[in-house]
Unconditional design. Sequence first.
Length: 442
Amino acid sequence: MKFIQTIKNIFKIEDLRARILYTLAIVALYRLGKYITLPGIDPALLEGLRNQTASGIMGLLDMFSGGAFSKASIFALGIMPYISASIVIQLLGIVFPYFQKMQKEGESGRRKLNQYTRYLTVLILALQAPTYLANLHAILPREAFVLQGTLFTVSSVVILTAGTIFVMWLGEKITDKGIGNGISLIIMVGILARFPHSLIFEAGNRINGAGGLVALLIELVFLFAVILASILLVQGTRRIPVQYARRIIGNKQYGGVRQYIPLKVNAAGVMPIIFAQAIMMLPVIFAGFKSTGSGFVIAFGNMYGFWYNLVTALLIIVFTYFYTAVTVNPVQMAEDMKKNGGFIPGIKPGRKTVEFIDNVMSRITLPGSIFLAIVAILPAFAVNFSVSAEFAQFFGGTSLLILVGVVLDTLQQVESHLLMRHYDGLMKSGRVKGRTGAVSSI
C-alpha cells in the first residue's frame, strides 16, 4: 500500500525521523506536566474543579490547556496567555508605527517582537495566576489546601508563570528542532487528548439512552461533514477568476480569457474566531473564572446560550473584515501588478484597480465571514440536539479549526521533506495545502 510505503520513506530520512522523534519526546514531556499538581494542593480533592470545567467556557479553557486547568497543574494556564499576548502585539502593529517598523525589519524585527510578546505574557500571567488561585479557593474545600497564606499564593503564582513560560519554550523547541509550528502543535495535542474520552462518553450516552446506535452514527457522519467543510474553510480559495470577481461586483464578464487575481474567500483564516473568543472570555476571567454573579456574567458565561453565540457570530464577522483589511492591501497589490507589467483586463491601472480589488474583497469576504461564524457556533446547535457538551466542542468552533489547520500544516511539513528527497508525497493529487492566517502565524 502507498500509505505504508510512505511511512517507510519517512523513517528512511534521518533528519525527518530525528525531527519526528524529537517532537514526540517534547509532546510526551508536555503531557507529563499535566499530572503534576501545584505544591500545597491535595490532588484527591479536585472534584469541584473537574465539575466546574466539565462544560462551557471553563471547559474550553481546560481543553486548550490539555486538561491541566482542571487538575490544578503547574501547566494549568496553558499557552493561552502567550496567544493573548501575541494577538495584542499584532494589534499594536496595526496602530503604532514603531511596531509596524519592526514587522518590516525581517528576522531582527521578529526577534524584538517575540521578546515583547514574552514580556507581555509574563504581565498577563501576573494577573491571571492570582485569579486562578482565587477560583481554587472558592471552588475547592479548605481541606484541599495543604499550604495556606502568602507562602502558597506567592509560590503558586511563580510556578504557574514558570509553567506557561516552560510550555512556550517547548513550543519553540518543536519549531526549531522538530517538525515546526510548535505552539500550534501543543494546542492541538491538548485538544486532541480529550477526543477519545469525549467520544466514549457520548457513545455510552447514546447507546444506553435516547437515540441509540443510529443517533450516534448520524452524529459521526455529521462530524465528518463538518471536518470536510472546515478543511475547505481553512485552506481557503487560492485564486479568484477575474470573470467570477467581475460578476460579483456586477460588471460584464471579460470575454472567455481565464485570468486570475490572488484573492481568497477566507483571507483571515481562524484569527477572527480567536479574537472573538478571547473577548468573550473576558467577563468570566474578570469574574474570577466563575460563571455566576450578575446577569451579564451569567449570560456571557454560558457559551451555549443565545446571547453569547449571537455576539460571538457578530464579532467574528466584524473581525473577519477587520483582519482581511489588515492582511490584504489593495494599494500594494495594484502597485505590484503595475511594476510587474500585470493588469486586470478591462480595468485601468492605478486607482481603478485598487477600487476593483477592494470591491471584490468586500463582496467575497461576506460569505466567508458568515461561514466562519456558523462553524464557530455549531457546538451550541449540537448541544441543543442532545449532544453532550464535551463532545459538542468537536463539531466546530476554534478547537475543530485548529485541529484541522495544524494537521494540514504538519502534513505539509512532512510532504516537503519527502519531495525534497525525491520520495512520493502523502497525497497522490499533489502537495498538501496548508493553512494561512491561523494560529501558526502567532
